[in-house]
Write a protein that binds this ligand. Structure first.
Ligand SMILES: Nc1nc(=O)c2c([nH]1)NC[C@@H]1CN(c3ccc(C(=O)N[C@@H](CCC(=O)O)C(=O)O)cc3)C=[N+]21
Length: 286
């Protein structure tokens, strides 16, 4: 079998075109969706993501700005900035680029962002509502993955979804979203014994380990759908996933590439959440 490649970038552009129409309609009502990104320090990788977000925003007509703060900024300075943005009616979405430096408590920052502007879906209020299956901002990477599976007509209900990785931003919430879609969900992580026993029974395998090319064809089930969340930079500067694309694509039925897979969908879902925030804060559709 040769797997069908799930073209995240292509799907992302298609969705952004649809979103651009919605943004046009909102603008006719005087609403200009606006996303503010806060970034601390000038790590080149972080800057590259942030610039990607800026470009994608422009593509959909969403307005965005980037607040750059020094790496030495204090937790209080960051909280003060968030407070200003929470109270600024022109700002609909707030994203603080993670990870933050050691001297700042990430949880304090996440909880300071107004749940109405929580376009990352990381606030405990958003997470709680996701858990109970209520309407809220869903975290961007998990929502991007769900959207890819649904767009390609991959059945989730009744299937065994195995997640490798249990981070708060990817592993845990993607399992929750798939559970809400009636999958049977297994979480694997660094302490899991005999992980292959689980991955080999996965109909849908979500890999978010952060280790290059560790999932190979001998680890997967014939005909399964493989979602690669890994973004690893090789010595030559190129990106590679956690999945060995070559061997796995000969056995799976669907596979996401890296780059051009999950990454562009993450950004697209951020923009979708920004539109949702703009509508929610302006009372559109209420
Ligand atoms: N509060 C917060 N929210 C985030 O969503 C968040 C964050 N912090 N910190 C950093 C990570 C990382 N992240 C990526 C998004 C898109 C690509 C992406 O589009 N990647 C392209 C390749 C880009 C390239 O070539 O460098 C691709 O996979 O095709 C990558 C990484 C969002 N993050």
């Amino acid at each position: 079998m040769t797997a069908q490649v799930i073209k995240g970038k292509e799907l992302a552009h298609k969705l952004r075109e649809e979103m651009a129409e919605e943004v046009t309609q909102l603008k006719e009502k005087g609403i200009i969706p606006h996303l503010t990104v806060i970034i601390l320090g000038d790590d080149p990788a972080s800057k590259s993501y942030v610039n990607g977000k800026k470009k994608a925003s422009a593509e959909t007509g969403i307005s965005s700005d980037i607040i750059e703060m020094p790496l030495s900024a204090s937790e209080q300075e960051l909280l003060d900035k968030i407070d200003i943005l929470n109270n600024d009616d022109h700002v609909h979405g707030i994203l603080v680029q993670l990870p933050l430096p050691e001297h700042i408590n990430e949880q304090h920052i996440i909880e300071a962002i107004s749940p109405d502007k929580d376009v990352d879906g990381f606030h405990p209020s958003s997470i709680g509502k996701m858990l109970t299956g209520n309407d809220t901002f869903l975290p961007c990477t998990p929502l991007g993955i769900l959207t890819m599976l649904q767009s390609y007509g991959i059945q989730i209900e009744g299937k065994h979804a195995v997640i490798i990785g249990r981070s708060n931003i990817v592993g845990k919430p993607v399992g929750q979203l798939l559970l809400n879609e009636h999958a049977t969900v297994t979480y694997c992580h660094s302490r899991t014994k005999d992980m292959t026993a689980f991955t080999k029974s996965a109909d849908i395998l979500i890999v978010a380990m952060g280790k290059p090319n560790v999932i190979r064809s001998e680890h997967i089930k014939e005909g399964s759908a493989i979602i690669d969340v890994g973004i690893n930079r090789k010595d030559d500067g190129k990106l590679t996933g956690d999945v060995d694309f070559q061997s796995v694509s000969e056995k799976a039925s669907y596979i996401t590439p890296v780059p051009k897979g999950v990454g562009p969908m993450t950004i697209t879902m951020l923009l979708q959440n920004t539109i949702k925030a703009a509508k929610g804060l302006s009372g559109v559709g209420r």
